[in-house]
Structures are given as structure tokens and as C-alpha cells.
Design a protein around this ligand. Structure first.
Ligand SMILES: CC(=O)SCCNC(=O)CCNC(=O)[C@H](O)C(C)(C)COP(=O)(O)OP(=O)(O)OC[C@H]1O[C@@H](n2cnc3c(N)ncnc32)[C@H](O)[C@@H]1OP(=O)(O)O
Ligand SMILES: O=CC(=O)O
Ligand SMILES: [Mg+2]
Length: 739
């Protein structure tokens, strides 16, 4: 631990203190004295309140455990009554609607993809911010969205046959989205602007306009031969780029070199589950990147093909409208920031008694102070044009915990002299107690809530943990077909619409849906992810910029506003459905099925944990047993570890089986990582912090509060960092035999 500076009522890590005073606060108008006195007040007030809230979580879980042990908890009516009696299910507030003001159009008015990125990875974070626009050609060419079989496969160099099917697919998209009055975009020879209208010369010799002329939004270059033409479909823009010299444009009848589409309307810069930040040093890196994004100064070196380029934030895009006026479109995703949850405490700040301070409180204060650079236009770019700072709050349990976040935000606004409700709150509906009390949760933040979002991965982990004592749960792959999850997703949308979170001209916020966790399976995503919009969502999470570009196609297909309008008549499914348990009653799994389930879970745990603990990587693409790369983060780890813990508790698997499978899967993970520089093999370092973390996560999993993984991960990562600093006890010195 580095040394701390004693301030009035708290002590603060020196590096953090210096970072805040010399990098964050200058030009905000907030003095270091005001800031740190404010933080001391926050810590003194909210430390005890948050500890009390965590104790309440534990009390409820203990009551549920005892109830489930005593009754097997299968009678719906009795269970629902019990959950109300203990205060797990709260009274629903009287009908209300949210009144959040000053939300940007990306949140309230236009439906589109939401990207998530670990903010401590500057290269990825910049890529994400710039993923507002993506090349449709690149996304189709570079993924499995189109067939990869010969002769259409990707190769070392450009394959013109693959290029042809890309162009055909993209023209189909144009015909469906911005159709011509006559003919097809596939027959276009040229596009030109005359008297404020777009004309398209066709192969047949005729000229067509657009079927909906108002979709023509702008252009660049000479009207008779524009360089770009811009379309607008439901607020989402599409840009045709013409260049008859370009490798693609010169083979295209109309000279189209690329089609760029608006992709990630918003991006969550994540300080939470995709990040491994265990001490002040790590946290300063997290905050510093957020600062660079808000000030527009962040850069990253990107090596490619033997050359290194510098990546920075993309500028806005300028066009001329059909009637000749200038038009500027945002060049970057609207940036939101996700803080850690209420259960996290950190020694980078200590309270008056020397106890760790609540990390979510420190996050709120620092990321908001950093957000002031955007509000005050201290950098070259603007993020929010409405003067808001968007904070996403994860893992809150029930309405009182949301009220705590609301109170923390209000205090931070006072410290920073920001107008009330400048800080907006995204509520992750990812804990069971929040799902049960969603209306109350929204009510607790009704003047600042800007989204509710079904974070289904954490939610599944919490589901397994809450019913840990009731019996063995279904296999992980079957979770998505369980009644609780259907009720969870449907109720979230129904309650969101009921409380006024629909997209529209005066929209207050979004209804979001969860992550696509198979970053390389884009064909499957194209097939399946549109369902989230048909179910009423106005945004849904994607793991990469390419996924954002392809998922954007769904928003052109599905009219979210119309879907939501139609759905406002649907009442939320009953609480009983939500409270049904994912138990595998009467399931008779074969030995092979049990072994396969165990291997799947342990391999994903080890594959993720080894990178987290030894390398400090918080989000990884881990190949599963079928070699499908899965996005693994702390929430997927929560599911896998709780699942193994549950099967252990109920005797589906034995400790010996788990021990043997851990070693088998460690060898597999080692093989998968053999080319990773600096990788420390798990199988030969079974007393190393990574392997030990994996063991603890399963063998002590049932005892982890709410099934969270952070305590074990953080402790083990700190141990690994300490070992790396002390080469005399480096893990490679304590090798185990492989067998
Ligand atoms: C339950 C939850 O909490 S979900 C939220 C947390 N999850 C996330 O944030 C997922 C974020 N996604 C990621 O971190 C990554 O996509 C991973 C780890 C899943 C896969 O990463 P990789 O294996 O490196 O991906 P891959 O090699 O296919 O692609 C790398 C390229 O894509 C870009 N990329 C990948 N993901 C992202 C992203 N989320 N944002 C921006 N760029 C990204 C990288 O910048 C890189 O491009 P570059 O070389 O031009 O810089
Ligand atoms: O945070 C997202 C989730 O799925 O959990
Ligand atoms: Mg989550």
C-alpha cells in the first residue's frame, strides 16, 4: 500500500490525491479543499449507511436460506407471501412517471446500440468512443455475417468475390431502409443533388428520387458529383462515400467506396465488471482515461502491419443540408460511465476510523468532477449537449439502495456546485430484489433516472445465489428458458413504459437489454438480437464496435417507437412468475452431461481468472470447450462460480470431481494461452494466486455475499501484484508437478 495523506476526516492515497489536485480539479472551479472536505463528508455519511444496507442484504439472504431449507420453497403463494413479509418484496408506489430533464437525444429520442468498454484500456476506449460511426462494408466483410466458405472467404489480401456479396448485402439494406421511388440502389450509376433533392441515375436510363424524400439529410462536395450523401432513418444516419479511385469504389457502378452507418449511439465507459482495478494505482489509471475522454486529450498508440498510428477522438461530421444550411453530426458516441457498486470498499481512501471507504462513493465524486470538463467545454469536443453527466449504477438491491445512490449524487452535486439532477442515473436491473421492486427503484431516482437495463448476466448469478439452499439449479444453458427470466425481461419493459421511459421526442430515458456475449458470432447476433427490440427495448448492449455496426441494422428494421406504443397496453407479468426458482426438479442428468457442465463452468472460470489475477485484465474473450470465444467478465464469472457451488452443495458433483476437473481444465486453459507473453501456467502453479482464486470461487462460492466474486479476485490480484514486485517469491519459483 502506498502512503496516505491525512486530511480532515479521511486519509487519501498520495497518488490519488496528487492526480485529483493536479489533473482533475484545475479548470473545474472546484478547489482541492472544497473537494476533499466534501469527500470526507460523503465517506462519513454514506460509509455507515452502505454498511447498513449490506447487512440488510445479508439478513434477507439468511431469512431466505432458512425458509428454503425449511419448506423447499416450492409453493408459489407461500413463497411470495414470505418474500413480502420479510420486506424483500416492497410495496409498489402509486402510479407515477419519471421527470428526468436535459437528456441527450441518444438517450431519450433515438433508439440505437449501446457499446460497453473497459475504460482503463485506452486503445479500446477510444475505439468505442469513435464507434458512433462504423463501416458497414468492413463489418460485413470482416465477420461471419456473410458466408466464409470458398470462394467467398476472407484471405490475406482483398477478395473481390467476398467484396461483391458485401456490396450486394449493403444495397439490399439501402433498398429496405432508404428505398428509391423506382428501381433499386443496386442499379444506381450516380447520385446527385439538384434543387435540394437527391436524384439517382439508374442503369435503365431513368432517374429516380427517394420514395421518402425527407430521408435525404445532407451531402458534401459538389452537388452534381457529391463526395458523400447522408440519409436519416428514424434519427439514425447512413452515409454513402463516393470515390471512383478507391479500390472498392472503382469497381462500383455508382463509385460507392463505403457505406458508413451510425452505430454505437452511446458507450458505457466501464469502471466496473470489465475492469480489474484493485488499488489506487489501478484506479488512477481508470480515472485518468475517463479524464482524457472528457477533455478530448486521450490518445493511444496502435501498432499494425509494422507501423504505429496514434488513435484519438474522432471529430464531428459536417454536411450541407438539402436546403443549403450547414449540418453538424456528432462524431463520437455519447459517453456514459459505470461506477462500481455499493458493496465495494477501497483502501485508497480511509475514513476517520481507518476503515476502507465506499468505492462507489469515491467513484461518483471523481468521475463527476471529471465530467465537469465536458460541461464547462474545457476540451476540444462536447459529450453531452444538454449539460448532463451520465452515471450507470450497477448491482443495487431494491429501492432504498437506489435512494442511497440518489442521495450520494445530490451530495456530489452540492460539493461540485452543479445544478440539482445534473448527474443522471442509469439503473441496472440486475439483482433480484431490484427486479421485484423495479417501480420503487425507478421512483427513488425519478428525477434523474435515464435508463433501466436488464443486465441479465449478473441477474442470473443473483438468481442462483438467492435460491442456493433450495436445490440444484438447471444447467447454465437452460437458464435463459426459465420462467423467471421471461418475467424479468417482460416486467422490466412493462414497468419502464408505465413509468415513462419510452423513446420519443420528449423522451426521458432508455429501456435497455443485455449483452451479446459471443463477439465473433455476428451471423447469430444478426439473427437473434433484433428480438430485444421487438420485446420493447430502445437499446441493447454490444461487446465491440463491429457488433455495434451490425446491431444498428436492427434499429432500421424495427420501429422501436411503434413497438413501445403497442406494448404500453401490456401489464407486467405477476410477481409469482418472477419469484419462480430455476430448480432442476426431477432432472436426470447422465454422467457425461454432469461432467460437461462442470468442465464448461470451470474452464470459463479458469480462463477468465488467470488473466484477471495474473495480468489485471478484467474482460476477456475466452474460448469455450467448442472453441467459441465467449466474452467473460465478472458477471459471467459470478454465474459459473455460483453454478458449481450450487451443484457441490446439492451433491450433483463431489469435491473430488471438482478438484480433478479443475486440474484438467487448467491444462486446457494453459494450452489455450501458450502463446500469451508472460503467461504463468495454472497447472504447474497450483498454489499461485490465480489457481487459488478459482478454487475459492467455487469451494467458498456459496458463502460469498450475493455470490459476488470481487472480494476473492481483488485479494488474489493484490497478492499477484505483490509477488511480481518481489521477484524472489515470483510464482515461477513454486512450481508443482503437472500430475
Ligand atoms: C455483464 C457485463 O457487465 S457486460 C459489460 C462488460 N463487457 C464489456 O465491456 C465487453 C467489452 N469487450 C471487450 O472487452 C472485448 O471485445 C473482448 C475482451 C470481449 C474481446 O476482445 P479481443 O479479444 O481483443 O477482441 P478482438 O481481437 O476480436 O478485437 C480487437 C479489436 O476490436 C476492438 N474492440 C473490441 N472490443 C471493443 C470494445 N468493447 N470497444 C472498443 N473497441 C473494441 C479493439 O480496439 C481492437 O481493435 P484495434 O486493434 O483497432 O484497437
Ligand atoms: O452488467 C451486465 C450484466 O449482464 O450483468
Ligand atoms: Mg452486471
Amino acid at each position: 500500500m502506498t502512503s496516505h495523506i491525512q486530511l480532515d476526516g479521511i486519509s487519501v492515497d498520495r497518488d490519488l490525491h496528487a492526480f485529483v489536485n493536479t489533473e482533475v480539479l484545475p479548470e473545474t472551479g472546484v478547489s482541492p479543499e472544497t473537494f476533499w472536505t466534501g469527500v470526507a463528508g460523503l465517506v462519513a455519511e454514506f460509509g455507515p449507511k452502505l454498511r447498513h444496507a449490506l447487512a440488510q442484504r445479508d439478513r434477507l439472504q439468511t431469512a431466505i436460506d432458512n425458509f428454503l431449507i425449511g419448506s423447499s420453497g416450492t409453493d408459489m403463494e407461500i413463497r411470495t407471501r414470505f418474500m413480502r413479509e420479510i420486506g424483500y418484496v416492497e410495496e409498489t408506489p402509486a402510479k407515477f412517471t419519471v421527470s428526468t430533464q436535459n437528456v441527450d437525444s441518444e438517450i431519450g429520442r433515438v433508439a440505437g446500440p449501446q457499446l460497453v468498454v473497459p475504460v482503463n484500456n485506452a486503445r479500446y476506449a477510444l475505439n468505442a468512443a469513435n464507434a458512433r460511426w462504423g463501416s458497414l462494408y468492413d463489418a460485413l466483410y470482416g465477420t461471419d455475417a456473410l458466408p466464409q466458405t470458398p470462394p467467398f472467404q476472407m484471405g490475406e489480401s482483398y477478395n473481390p468475390l467476398r467484396g461483391r456479396i458485401v456490396v450486394r448485402r449493403a444495397r439490399l439494406f439501402l433498398n429496405e431502409t432508404v428505398p428509391l421511388l423506382i428501381g433499386s440502389h443496386a442499379e444506381a450509376l450516380s447520385y446527385y443533388v439538384q434543387h435540394g433533392e437527391l436524384h439517382v441515375k439508374l442503369e435503365c436510363g431513368r432517374t429516380s428520387g427517394l420514395r421518402h424524400p425527407t430521408q435525404f439529410a445532407g451531402f458534401n462536395g459538389p452537388p452534381g458529383e457529391p463526395n458523400t450523401v447522408l440519409f436519416d432513418n428514424r434519427g439514425l444516419h447512413i452515409e454513402l462515400r463516393f470515390d471512383r479511385e478507391h479500390v472498392v469504389g472503382k469497381t462500383d457502378k455508382a463509385g460507392i467506396a463505403d457505406i458508413q452507418i451510425e452505430s454505437a449511439l452511446s458507450t458505457i465507459m466501464d469502471c466496473e465488471d470489465s475492469v480489474a482495478a484493485v488499488d489506487a494505482q489501478d484506479k488512477v489509471q481508470v480515472y485518468r482515461n475517463w479524464l482524457g475522454l472528457m477533455r478530448g486529450t486521450l490518445t493511444a498508440q496502435v501498432p499494425r502491419n509494422g507501423r504505429v498510428s496514434t488513435r484519438s477522438l474522432a471529430p464531428d461530421r459536417n454536411y450541407t443540408t438539402p436546403n443549403g444550411a450547414p449540418l453538424t453530426l456528432h462524431g463520437r458516441s455519447l459517453m456514459l460511465v459505470r461506477t462500481v457498486g455499493h458493496h465495494m470498499f477501497t483502501d485508497m481512501v480511509l475514513d476517520a476510523e481507518g476503515q476502507d471507504a465506499p468505492e462507489g462513493v469515491i467513484d461518483a465524486a471523481i468521475v463527476s468532477a471529471i465530467g465537469m470538463h465536458d460541461l464547462q467545454r474545457n476540451g476540444a469536443f462536447r459529450n453531452s449537449r444538454t449539460g448532463s453527466i451520465y452515471l450507470v449504477r450497477p448491482k443495487m438491491h431494491g429501492s432504498q439502495e437506489v435512494a442511497l445512490s440518489d442521495a450520494i449524487f445530490a451530495k456530489v452535486e452540492d460539493i461540485l456546485s452543479l445544478p440539482r439532477n445534473t448527474l443522471k442515473m442509469g439503473i441496472m436491473d440486475e439483482e433480484r430484489r431490484t427486479s421485484c421492486n423495479l417501480a420503487g427503484c425507478i421512483y427513488s431516482a425519478r428525477e434523474r433516472v435515464f435508463f433501466i437495463n436488464t443486465g441479465f448476466l449478473d441477474r442470473t448469478g443473483d438468481e442462483i445465489h438467492t435460491c442456493m439452499k433450495a436445490g440444484a439449479v438447471v444447467r447454465k444453458g437452460e437458464m435463459k428458458t426459465q420462467p423467471w427470466i421471461r418475467a424479468y425481461e417482460q416486467r422490466n419493459v412493462a414497468i419502464g413504459l408505465e413509468t415513462g421511459l419510452m423513446t420519443g421526442p420528449r423522451g426521458h430515458g432508455q429501456i435497455g437489454k443485455g449483452m451479446w456475449a459471443m463477439p465473433d458470432r455476428m451471423a447469430d447476433m444478426l439473427e437473434q438480437k433484433g428480438a430485444q427490440l421487438r420485446a420493447g427495448a430502445s437499446t441493447a448492449w454490444v461487446p465491440s464496435p463491429t457488433a455495434a455496426t451490425l446491431h444498428a441494422l436492427h434499429y432500421h428494421e424495427v420501429d422501436v417507437t411503434a413497438v413501445q406504443h403497442e406494448m404500453t397496453y401490456h401489464a407486467p407479468l405477476p410477481m409469482e412468475d418472477l419469484l419462480s426458482l430455476p430448480l432442476a426438479q426431477g432432472a436426470h442428468w447422465s454422467e457425461e452431461e454432469i461432467a460437461a457442465e462442470l468442465d464448461t463452468n470451470l474452464q470459463s472460470i479458469l480462463g477468465y481468472v488467470v488473466r484477471w489475477v495474473d495480468m489485471g485484465v478484467g474482460c476477456s474473450k475466452v474460448p469455450d470447450l467448442n472453441n467459441v470465444g465467449l466474452m467473460e467478465d465478472r458477471a459471467t464469472l459470478r454465474i459459473s462460480s455460483q453454478h458449481v457451488a450450487n451443484w457441490l452443495m446439492h451433491g450433483v458433483v463431489t469435491q473430488a470431481q471438482v478438484e480433478a476437473a479443475l486440474i484438467r481444465m487448467a491444462r486446457l486453459v494453459d494450452e489455450q494461452n501458450q502463446d500469451e507473453p508472460g503467461y504463468i501456467p495454472l497447472a504447474t502453479h497450483q498454489d499461485g494466486p490465480a489457481f487459488m482464486a478459482a478454487r475459492e470461487l467455487v469451494f467458498d462460492g456459496a458463502r460469498q455475499p450475493n455470490g459476488y466474486t470481487e472480494e476473492i479476485l481483488h485479494r488474489r490480484r493484490r497478492e499477484a501484484k505483490a509477488r511480481h514486485r518481489r521477484p524472489e517469491v515470483a510464482p515461477s519459483d513454486v512450481e508443482f508437478a503437472a500430475d
